[in-house]
Design a protein around this ligand. Structure first.
Ligand code: GLN
Length: 536
């Protein structure tokens, strides 16, 4: 049997209290004390994974090394912990039911009536233990998506109750995140919503061990005592989580509140080792005291919901700190950009990033933005669809291939400079069928990309169906757009660069997914550098 410890993080009162950030912050504190920690997210929706969700619904779809399409919280876990997650770190109701129903069809349940309890809850428990049983971790933090009381999350709460009941007392704890609202008219912080949400958890048979209270004002001792008494926890287990300027402050405020110590004591783990947060603090110092600043335009079509580009904005924070430069990122709706308006909209920026995406909407604006920055020597960074648009723009305006396009938007185009990948042609299902996850890439020695990485052999994560059409390679290369990175096995074009431009890099992969606090992504670092140079 593994002697892994399990921490469950539930949420009450409202959504969006930051369970993901609290989980990641606690994990960071435990990790810096020498524990091997990972975080898992249980999502109550019926989609098998968020891969088929529109970004407006659920923000960015985060892709792991093993090609799982997952919740954006996994991005926070990786950025904080600087370790990889995998498919096992994100489990949805859809996936649980899919497995159980497949098992039923195979006859696994031997004629029994298949029910939420025990079959669904058993499958959930199996998924909770899975990470612990690998032997790779001392502590697994499991975050329950949604808010306690939601119909959808009930089986998960019940599974957690059973899981805790089956384990020795000191193997599991529950942290409940709640809101302590401030009523301006009364001039008071109110504890009742917290009391009610704990009561609801108790109805399901789960007693939280620790309460983390989101608040805009400090909680005094009297208030903490009150919450503790009514919710049946010790006063030192009432943790204040005050609003802060940046999510990267949260590990430090959790350390100040001794969340890690309360947790370790409950799990009967040593509190001797002190967390070493030097690197983290150094990052914060650089982030908060920049010596320069640059303005970057992010041109995309989901700009109304900044969460759709979460990893990109976070990668800019890491790269900014590493350059001691404040990076202001403005979201520009690609549908607003045209050849005529490009100068007015983009002229003031030190760099332009064209975002990933799917479908036809906003493509013309992306192409116009790229034409403008290419001709005006403004640093350009294209990611996935952004790279494909750079190829389309170059084909149309430099190679003079009239109406050159991607097969995604125009399957009948004469010049499909971006085409469907061969092995995608027979695929019918939408979910989980793209080219996903980590693949190797070899960079040309003298390329901008190789200079940025400081090496020529890299591996990056992917999520796409279309690719650069090699039939046109010669034409592009003879006219100044070079393929500077390729997949060594399939020759698929991974990186394009334009010669005689200060910084023009397009990548088929998603570099933003691998940027962390401790390892800012080299391409974001070099792009910010180029923007600083452009400004200077
Ligand atoms: N829609 C493009 C493709 O499938 C790009 C995908 C993306 O930007 N992630 O190839």
């Amino acid at each position: 049997m593994s002697n892994c410890k399990y921490i469950f993080v539930t949420g009450g009162v409202t959504s969006s209290l930051g369970k993901g950030i609290i989980s990641a912050s606690l994990a960071k504190l435990l990790q810096t004390r020498g524990h091997r920690v990972t975080i898992q997210k249980l999502d109550p929706y019926i989609n098998v994974d968020p891969g088929t969700l529109n970004p407006y619904e659920h923000g960015e779809c985060y892709v792991t090394e093993d090609g799982a399409e997952t919740d954006l919280d996994l991005g926070h876990y990786e950025r904080f912990l600087n370790t990889f997650t995998s498919q096992a770190n994100n489990v949805t109701t859809g996936r649980i039911y899919q497995t159980v129903i497949n098992n039923e069809r195979k006859g696994v349940y031997l004629g029994k009536t298949v029910q939420v309890v025990p079959h669904i809850t058993d499958e959930i428990k199996k998924n909770i233990s899975k990470l612990g049983e690998t032997g790779d971790y001392d502590i697994v933090i499991t975050e329950l998506g949604g808010t306690v009381g939601d119909i959808e999350s009930l089986p998960f709460v019940e599974a957690v109750r059973q899981f805790i009941w089956e384990k020795p007392n000191t193997d599991c704890i529950v942290i409940h995140l709640t809101l302590v609202p401030y009523l301006a008219a009364a001039g008071e912080l109110k504890t009742k919503p917290t009391q009610h949400s704990v009561k609801m958890l108790l109805e399901y048979g789960v007693q939280p061990d620790v309460l983390v209270c989101r608040t805009e004002h400090h909680l005094n001792q009297e208030l903490r005592n009150k919450i503790a008494k009514f919710c049946n926890v010790k006063p030192n287990a009432v943790i204040e989580s005050i609003d802060v300027d940046t999510i990267y402050d949260v590990p430090l405020i959790m350390q100040k509140e001794k969340l890690d110590i309360v947790v370790l004591k409950k799990l009967k783990l040593s509190t001797k080792e002190n967390p070493n947060l030097d690197k983290w603090k150094e990052f914060l110092l650089r982030y908060k005291h920049p010596k320069n600043e640059v303005n970057i335009a992010l041109v995309g079509k989901y700009v109304e919901l900044p969460d759709a580009y979460k990893s990109i904005t976070e990668a800019f924070i890491h790269a900014g700190a590493s350059n001691e430069c404040k990076v202001h990122v403005d979201f520009i709706h690609s549908e607003l950009v045209s050849d005529k308006k490009a100068d007015y909209i983009l002229g003031k920026y030190d760099g332009v990033l064209v975002a990933p995406g799917f479908g036809s909407r906003g493509i013309d604006g992306k192409v116009a933005a790229i034409k403008y920055v290419r001709e005006n020597n403004i640093p350009f960074f294209g990611i996935c669809l952004g790279m494909q648009c750079a190829v389309i723009e170059y084909a149309r305006n430099v190679l003079k291939l009239k109406n050159a396009y991607s097969a995604e938007m125009s399957p009948k185009a004469k010049y499909k400079v971006i085409d469907l990948m061969e092995d995608q042609k027979k695929i019918v299902n939408m979910g989980g069928t793209m080219r996903l996850g980590a693949y190797d890439c070899h960079l040309e020695k003298k390329s901008l990309a190789a200079k940025a990485y400081g090496r020529t052999k890299i591996s990056e994560r992917h999520r796409h169906r279309f690719e650069f059409n090699d039939r046109f390679k010669k034409d592009f290369e003879e006219n100044g757009m070079r393929i500077t990175g390729i997949n060594p096995d399939t020759q698929l074009a991974e990186v394009v660069e334009v010669e005689n431009h200060p910084y023009f890099v397009g990548v088929q992969y998603h570099p933003e997914l691998k940027s962390t606090v401790e390892n800012p992504h080299p391409l974001f670092v070099s792009f910010v550098k180029a923007a600083m140079h452009h400004k200077g």
